[in-house]
Design a binder for this molecule. Sequence first.
Ligand SMILES: NC(=O)c1ccc[n+]([C@@H]2O[C@H](COP(=O)([O-])OP(=O)(O)OC[C@H]3O[C@@H](n4cnc5c(N)ncnc54)[C@H](OP(=O)(O)O)[C@@H]3O)[C@@H](O)[C@H]2O)c1
Length: 202
Amino acid sequence: MKTIILIGANGKMGQAALTGLRKHKVITAGRTANNYDYQVDITNEESLRKLFKDVGHFDAVVNTVGVCEYASFTDMTEKQWMSTILSKMMGQINIVRIGQEYIADNGSFTLITGILNVKPIPFAIADATTSGAIDTFVKCVAFEMPRGIRVNSINPTVLEEAWDVYGEIMPGFEPVPGKLVGKAFERSVDGFITGQVIFVDA
Ligand SMILES: NC(=O)c1ccc[n+]([C@@H]2O[C@H](COP(=O)([O-])OP(=O)(O)OC[C@H]3O[C@@H](n4cnc5c(N)ncnc54)[C@H](OP(=O)(O)O)[C@@H]3O)[C@@H](O)[C@H]2O)c1
């Protein structure tokens, strides 16, 4: 049994990840105090460092947080770009950058991206761009990780559980059940792969 920090556990993707992590000890973390075992803001370096220090021993970090702004490219402001970059891109890079100082030997990081960087739709340019950045990040940073630490990203299509929110803007997409996406998280945490983008598409 591994000790896993699941960031964003109460979100739709966090709940999907949880289905694949049931045999482990899962410590939940998220933005809102009292809703999780630990409160953390992934856009704040000190908050991330405090989380890892406070938890103590852990074997894996699974992050399902990446808040994105949606607008057409011509309407999207720099502020909207920066808030997406700070969460979905730098937030996730900082989880690995800071977390690698604290994680156990042979531990793993699993990050979240999303299918829109390979199947673009209108209004999702910031989500797509930062997802592409994180997919590239895991492929390249895996070569630099110390102490046998692994890094992968999960790149799923839309969840069945989120179809009511995103279905209208994603014509022609087929949603997948959270349980299937949970298997991808399980493969990243319990397997031996590293530097991989694990796609889950219908
Ligand atoms: N939903 C899908 O079908 C789908 C498919 C592919 C990819 N994705 C990607 O998965 C990611 C999560 O999506 P979701 O649908 O699960 O969103 P969600 O249901 O809105 O959940 C967001 C989660 O992130 C937490 N959070 C937000 N900002 C945070 C911060 N700064 N620090 C720490 N925690 C923070 C929230 O915590 P609180 O509960 O405290 O607010 C919540 O647990 C996104 O990047 C999305 O693009 C989603």
